[in-house]
Design a protein around this ligand. Sequence first.
Ligand SMILES: [Zn+2]
Length: 426
Amino acid sequence: MVASDAVRALLPMLLLAAVGATAPATKGEDLHSRAMRIHKSAIVVDTHEDVPEQLEKEWVDIGVRQKTGHVDIPRWREGGVTAPFLAAYVSSSYAASGKSAKKALELIDLIRRLVESHPRDLVFADSVRGVRVAKKEGKIAVLIGIEGGHAIEDSLAALSAFHRLGVRYMTLTHTNTNNWADSAGSFFSFSYDPAKTAVHNGLTDFGREVVLEMNRLGMLVDLSHVSDKTLADVLAVSAAPVFASHSSCRAIANMPRNLTDDAIRAIGAKGGVVMVNVSSTFVDQKVVDDFVARKRALAPKAAEIAERYKDDPKKRDQETTALLENLRRPRASWTAVVDHIEHVMKIAGARAVGLGTDYDGIEDPPDGLEDVSKLPALTEELLRRGHSEEEVRGVLGENLLGFWERADAARANAPPGKEPMPFSKP
Ligand SMILES: [Zn+2]
């Protein structure tokens, strides 16, 4: 054997040593097998799944693989999901009717019942430790986030009580501006008008109190759905790192539910994370443009419906929603989701990104990521693009857990809150 032959013989081993710095690839393992091995052993956190909303539309046994929706236990298993945050989503309509807290309570109860009725597969969790223990025991850790700050009905005591019930994040607004925080508005509705939801110029003084109380309780502050000004105000006041549970990057797909590069940078600099939404309309500019064009074309028809049912708001909303839902939107390719993950990495660092799919809350998952069972495809694509195993594990869940630990540490350092009034004045 001449010298050059010896080098050639050694080359594969040298390459393996260079690539597999964190975990050497098993001999003969191809990319797909490596991806599956890493994915199955990783902690996979998805910070936004609308399973309760889907169950309200159509009650099914989540223990059985379904043909509808995006999530059930078999598909969680196939997708390698360790810890889904289920959304206790309180529709903006409850803000008007004044029963937002009741609705949130019912959803929290529903989520707890789902867990209790599937004890072999599911376990309730409200901490980083709970997630890690579930992984060790081969169970899926179900967590709760409230979506829509109107759920607390302007009561810090209600916020605290929700925390005691196990809620670990709250999205400060949904598509509605509430009494203390401006929303980014309802991009998907015909009535979308950001000027109308810019009511408080961001966060009010009470809104600041809500954020500080969330810091004190250990309730993660979620910035998805809020206006850019609210986001900036929260970043300025929060004593703990904050996150966006299901938003993508505006630089790639320009729509108001996505985050600007400035916001992504600031969230990362504060120790927070951006959890990428997989909806086609969140990840692909062509899909955004197509949606805007279709909405514009249907606007006269929507105006006609609004006029016809002006005395029947329920019927009006049904008809306009049907008008939008009947639109067949084009689908993005699943690789667009990886473009967003890489964009957050580029802007804020590899530790500032994770997954907040919004499954069961979106109509248009991309081709190749049709439901939660397809998540391992993301791991394979990240590896294919040259990301290290450590980076991939970060995206899958470790980044979120690290953020949560930093938020918990900030809580430990927080001054004791002033004693909140335990009940509202009559
Ligand atoms: Zn949402």
